[in-house]
Ligand binder design. Structure first.
Ligand code: ASP
Ligand code: MG
Length: 423
């Protein structure tokens, strides 16, 4: 039994969906569950709809109409027969958003977000399932909300593992005996049947949940890169493919911000010793990266770059030291503003962190911290993390950069830097 996960880039248009279907076709003799994300940038676009509707600003109906149109266009390319039921099926899913938009927002932003944004996955999975079935493959579309149960912490829902595992084991194995199942990443459901989401980019995590509950041997995450590289090719050249990686290294890399896999994905797989294979949907024969228990994983120095960082320096106003109650208050404040700390450093009287400069919610955070602490900040910085560093790798990234903060442990070095001003 296997689990595949295909992300938004893999289903972004008709040709991409055909390619994914051709990969599924190769595995049709196997027991297979396929998890898919919303197409291309649909999640971002549905976020815009939600924001515009919630603030009652801008033309959210027009934004939604554009998303519908694009899906319709892809469907028309995939299904020359306009009477195919998939047209109605997709249109009906979008109608659920229309119903919400008809009335003024009453519910919380996070709740509305999940009800609206989740439709992206519902429609992409319907399109992929219908197209793959049209090739003569036995396919069953499955609603992930019937299997993944969560609490009601909308937008960052926490999985109820016991309930999820029970339901998956009760129903799915017999379905997978006869058909390939296609379902959605990213979404789940509360015990009252309201839709939840697991956090942005959460489809990898969904695939890991299904894989873990089904006790599969391996899972393949199909990406538009050849596997796990030692740096993002956007920032670094040349990059190197890491053929094999331990779970621990994978957790560390994603924790520090490597975006190739969602950080929550690895742990459930490690617990069950399920091998995670990351490989390219553009070159499906290439083996990519294997993440598994290994002692042989070659320590290839890996680089993670995060631009647009703000260094926030926090000192108590009453000269009390930075002790536990201050720290826990500070962390709670970050948490309530949904801000993730990328690097932290503390001395007896001050605490400093580097965070992504996400604009408005950083300003709100600083305003709140300011009530209790003396807060200063520096913007426009870059955070470079090197796993398995040595002096050569440090020198390599520091060209024309000035170090603001530096943290090192035995394997990992974090450098918060800014560009040197030309003299
Ligand atoms: N579609 C969701 C997102 O873009 C989930 C995912 O892609 O993993 O965040
Ligand atoms: Mg996505």
């Amino acid at each position: 039994m296997q689990v595949f996960k295909f992300g938004g880039a893999s289903v972004k248009d008709a040709d991409s969906i055909r390619n994914v279907a051709s990969i599924i076709a190769k595995y049709q003799q196997e027991k297979l569950l396929v998890v898919v994300s919303a197409t291309g940038k649909t999640t971002n676009r549905l976020e815009e709809v939600t924001e515009s509707y919630f603030d009652q600003k801008g033309d959210y109906h027009a934004l939604l109409a554009k998303i519908k149109e694009e899906h319709q266009h892809v469907l028309e390319e995939l299904f020359p027969d306009k009477t195919s039921p998939v047209f109605d099926d997709v249109a009906n899913s979008f109608v659920e958003i229309d119903w919400i938009l008809e009335e003024e927002p009453q519910d919380s932003y996070d709740y509305l977000y999940d009800q609206i944004v989740s439709i992206g996955e519902i429609v992409s999975s319907k399109m992929l399932a219908a197209y793959t079935a049209s090739l003569g493959i036995k396919i069953r579309w499955i609603d992930a909300r019937d299997y993944i149960f969560t609490d009601n912490n909308y937008r960052e829902a926490v999985v109820d593992w016991d309930k999820t595992e029970d339901k998956i084991n009760k129903d799915l194995p017999s379905i997978l005996d006869n058909e390939i199942a296609i379902t959605q990443g990213f979404i789940g459901s509360t015990s009252e049947n309201f839709t939840t989401t697991l956090g942005r980019e959460g489809s990898d995590y969904s695939a890991a949940i299904f894989a873990s509950c089904l006790n599969v041997q391996d899972i393949i995450i199909w990406k538009d890169v050849p596997g796990v590289l030692n740096a993002d090719p956007k920032w670094f050249d040349p990059t190197e493919l890491i053929p094999e990686l331990s779970y621990t290294d994978a957790i560390e890399l994603t924790y520090y911000g490597a975006t190739v896999i969602h950080p929550k994905t690895i742990k459930p797989l490690q617990n069950k010793k399920i091998t995670l294979n990351v490989r390219s949907f553009l070159n499906p024969e290439a083996t990519g990266t294997l993440i598994r228990t290994t002692n042989q994983g070659l320590p290839v120095p890996s680089f993670i770059f995060k631009v647009n960082q703000v260094l926030v320096n926090i000192q108590p106003r009453d000269f009390s030291f930075i002790v536990e109650d201050n720290l826990s208050h500070i962390f709670n404040t970050f948490h309530s503003h949904r801000i993730k700390v990328n690097m932290m450093h503390n001395t007896a009287i001050s605490f400093s962190v580097s965070i992504d400069d996400t604009g408005k919610n950083v300003e709100d955070l600083l305003e709140e911290l300011n009530k209790r602490y003396k807060v200063s900040m520096e913007k426009g910085l870059e955070l470079i993390t090197i796993r398995y560093f040595n002096q050569e790798t440090i020198d390599r990234v520091l060209v024309q950069k000035e170090i603001i903060r530096e943290l090192k442990d035995s394997y990992t070095c974090q450098l918060l830097v800014k560009n040197k001003i030309a003299e």
